[in-house]
Design a protein around this ligand. Structure first.
Ligand SMILES: Cc1cc2nc3c(=O)[nH]c(=O)nc-3n(C[C@H](O)[C@H](O)[C@H](O)COP(=O)(O)OP(=O)(O)OC[C@H]3O[C@@H](n4cnc5c(N)ncnc54)[C@H](O)[C@@H]3O)c2cc1C
Length: 341
């Protein structure tokens, strides 16, 4: 059980800046995100695209903004729990919160900030009849242990970096690989595509382009074959032991919808003084929240993080007045930032 002041759900730009604003007020945070890297939409959807509307930074990429935010929160040593989805949020009788992730990590917190953006990024699923019977056994959306594929026949579905990276990584592990892609152009880096084409030319693997999986055959969670339907032509049955699907990630509101909050279409209603939800002690900032006039912009989420931090400090220390201090002149803030003379 990790004891902390605040659990932040989501390591997007707003969740990261929330760590900073809480840290300035002397509060400790733990951050959880279901994807493997921090940055939310900035790193997941547009890492190289230029952003022009961050105050004081005329232009930066999504990745650069994330790097800057991570650097800025370094003094506060927050716990960062990546590749874990927050599944349970429960209020305890003493007005504190119990939080759990799908990896079994448990937190005891005095407040929660939901900075879940457009939701938790999840792998896009293979939509063929009965696919769920094989999921987690012989149908995979991520690779935990490459050695489980030693000597096995694999079908890898997808045309992005993940699909191509795993083709190249598993080519010497698996008995045989068939790559299936719905187009003949790839979203992966060209050097990976070249390597894959050379392996095909050398007869070391197969590729089926302009095609998609239409059925899986097997029993008791074990796959016998996958049916591939080309755009033009007859379906073919390919004997395989495992199917690996890399269709990218899509956001889903997911478990947040079940925490008893006042939900307004896929967003959470908050007030504009504290950015508190309908459950006292649970706050929501960034793209996930709604209030009249809401704009889904990073700079709006930063403002919300600042006001939520003040409200949380007041909630945790109700008998003290929370004073506004400037980072330029406050010795206490300098100490917290580690910049004391
Ligand atoms: C192509 C594109 C360009 C954009 N350009 C700009 C721009 O120029 N300027 C601008 O201001 N904005 C821009 N935006 C919008 C901006 O990216 C969002 O406003 C911003 O990312 C919102 O930040 P956030 O922290 O609220 O959420 P997000 O960035 O969405 O991050 C939320 C995180 O929470 C995680 N999460 C959700 N639920 C859970 C859970 N239950 N457990 C664990 N983790 C969870 C998600 O995995 C995700 O990583 C752009 C968006 C897109 C798509």
């Amino acid at each position: 059980m990790i004891n902390t002041d605040v659990v932040i759900v989501g390591a997007g730009p707003c969740g990261l800046f929330q760590v900073f604003e809480l840290g300035l007020l002397g509060l400790k945070a733990e951050v959880v995100d279901s994807i493997r890297q921090p940055g939310g939409q900035c790193t997941e959807l547009y890492p190289d695209k230029p952003i022009y509307d961050i105050p004081g930074i005329p232009v930066c990429s999504g990745e650069e903004l994330t790097e800057g935010l991570l650097k800025q929160i370094e003094p506060f040593n927050c716990g960062m729990h990546l590749h874990e989805e927050v599944t349970v949020v429960r209020k305890d009788s003493d007005d504190s919160f119990h939080v759990e992730t799908n990896a079994g990590t448990q937190f005891h917190a005095k407040a929660i900030v939901i900075a879940g953006g457009v939701g938790s990024f999840q792998p896009r699923q293979l939509r063929v009849p009965g696919a769920e019977d094989f999921a987690g056994k012989t149908l995979h959306y991520s690779v935990q242990d490459p050695q489980q594929f030693a000597g096995k026949k694999l079908a890898i579905l997808g045309g992005g970096d993940s699909a191509l990276d795993w083709v190249l990584e598993l080519i010497d592990v698996a008995e045989h690989i068939t790559l299936v892609h719905r187009r003949d152009e790839y979203r992966a880096v060209p050097s990976s595509v070249d390597k894959m084409r050379k392996l095909v030319a050398a007869g070391k693997m197969n590729v089926i382009e302009k095609a998609k999986a239409s059925a899986i055959d097997g029993v008791d969670g074990l796959i016998n074959s996958i049916t591939i339907q080309p755009k033009d032509g007859q379906p073919v049955d390919v004997p395989v032991d495992h199917v690996l699907v890399f269709f990218g990630l899509a956001p889903k509101l997911g478990p947040i919808a079940e925490w008893g909050l006042d939900i307004n279409r896929k967003t959470i209603n908050v007030d504009t003084e504290k950015f508190e939800t309908s459950v006292p002690g649970i706050y929501a900032i960034g793209d996930i929240n709604y209030y009249p006039g809401k704009k889904k912009l990073i700079l709006c989420g930063f403002h919300e993080a600042a006001l939520a931090a003040f409200a949380i400090k007041q909630r945790i220390e109700p008998d003290k007045k929370v004073r506004l201090q400037y980072t330029t002149t406050s010795p206490l803030m300098h100490e917290r930032l580690g910049v004391t003379d």
